[in-house]
Ligand binder design. Structure first.
Ligand SMILES: NC(=O)c1ccc[n+]([C@@H]2O[C@H](COP(=O)([O-])OP(=O)(O)OC[C@H]3O[C@@H](n4cnc5c(N)ncnc54)[C@H](O)[C@@H]3O)[C@@H](O)[C@H]2O)c1
Length: 323
């Protein structure tokens, strides 16, 4: 029987836990969460989740020090700052397969250390950029293989550019099949406090390009409105305008003729169980593999740190407080 450790049972960790109840295997789940209220909310959500799958043994703990069992699989749903410590301790518990929340690491030093640790421990890891698991994007990737992508654009308001750009860069990489890119944050106009305390957000424009194309732009305005954003993909044949919030894509051809199709993004509470099942069965899953994700993190984290350090102060870790 596999031992699965969930570290951090906050807003997202709770959803991971619900989904673990629907794993096809009778796994043992260890949940580590220091805050009583978060632990209690997670337990309630788990108890209330319906499942016809094998019973799970679940236990709740305040600290990683309380775990005295060998761990097989870790899901790390803590914030990015402090993740390297969780990562080291998870490897120390014997974990060979790790699923990390994005932003995986918010400093290049942490990325370097994590890459070395994965190799030393012969472990596998993935970063949770879950659009790669969405049948809509998997299908779109197949369609785009037959076209040349000229441009990606994300334009919107209040969508958390600093914390969420990695999601979009990951999506561009997935759709274009490219990993190496450059990005500039010269047109970021403001750095603001994030809704999460001790973290920051950017407003303005990030521009970049993958090696031998396509180019991309991520543009986020600060307004009094809610969160909104549109994803635009331009090819010589079509323009794809994706509205994730309303779950539809408008495909416009060169003559202006268009069709609209609906889709949905599965909830995290539907994804983690099947993901863990895939890891148990094959030691593979549809999320971004660690080395690839680190290659996608590096240019953005580097640019974000340079911007942050130019406005505030440098730090030895070269850490930018985004999560
Ligand atoms: N993949 C996605 O689509 C997606 C969506 C939302 C959030 N996230 C990411 O997930 C992470 C968590 O986000 P959230 O919204 O759940 O935050 P949150 O603050 O609600 O939850 C984080 C939890 O981790 C706990 N924690 C912190 N340090 C810990 C430690 N050392 N050991 C055990 N628990 C610890 C905190 O007590 C907290 O309850 C962030 O990095 C965020 O960016 C990813």
């Amino acid at each position: 029987m596999k031992n699965v450790l969930l570290v951090g049972a906050g807003n997202l960790g709770r959803r991971h836990l619900q989904s673990l109840k629907n794993s096809r295997y009778p796994i043992r789940i260890f949940v580590v969460e220091p805050f009583d209220e978060a632990r209690s909310l997670a337990k309630t959500a788990f108890d209330q989740t319906a499942s016809s799958q094998p019973e799970k043994a679940v236990s709740f703990h305040r600290a990683l020090d309380d775990i005295d069992q060998k761990i097989d699989i870790v899901i790390d749903a803590t914030p990015a700052t402090g993740r390297l410590d969780v990562f080291k301790r998870a490897l120390g518990l014997g974990a060979k397969d790790l699923v990390l929340e994005k932003v995986a690491f918010n400093s290049i030093n942490d990325i370097d250390q994590a890459v070395a640790l994965i190799e030393q421990n012969a472990a596998c890891a993935w970063v949770n950029c879950p659009r790669r698991l969405n049948p809509f994007y998997i299908q779109l990737r197949r369609v785009l293989e037959k076209e040349t992508i000229d441009r990606f654009e994300i334009v919107g308001e209040n969508f958390g550019m600093a914390c969420n750009s990695i999601h979009f860069i990951d999506l561009f990489s997935f759709l274009a099949g490219r990993h190496a890119y450059d990005v500039t944050l010269d047109e970021v106009q403001s750095i603001a406090s994030s809704k999460r305390s001790n973290y920051i957000e950017f407003f303005g424009t990030a521009t970049g390009a993958f090696e031998s194309g396509p180019e991309f732009k991520i543009d986020c305005r600060e307004t009094q409105n809610g969160v909104s954003f549109d994803i635009r993909i331009v090819t010589p044949l079509n323009e794809y305008r994706i509205d994730e919030i309303n779950g539809c894509v408008k495909i416009i051809d060169r003559n202006g003729k268009y069709e609209i199709r609906d889709f949905r993004q599965p909830y995290q509470s539907e994804l983690t169980g099947p993901l863990v099942d895939a890891i148990i069965e094959t030691r593979q899953c549809g999320l971004t593999a660690f080395a690839e994700s680190m290659a996608l993190h590096r240019p953005f984290i580097n640019a974000a740190y340079e911007l942050y350090a130019s406005k505030y102060e440098e730090n030895d870790m070269k850490m930018v407080p985004i999560t």
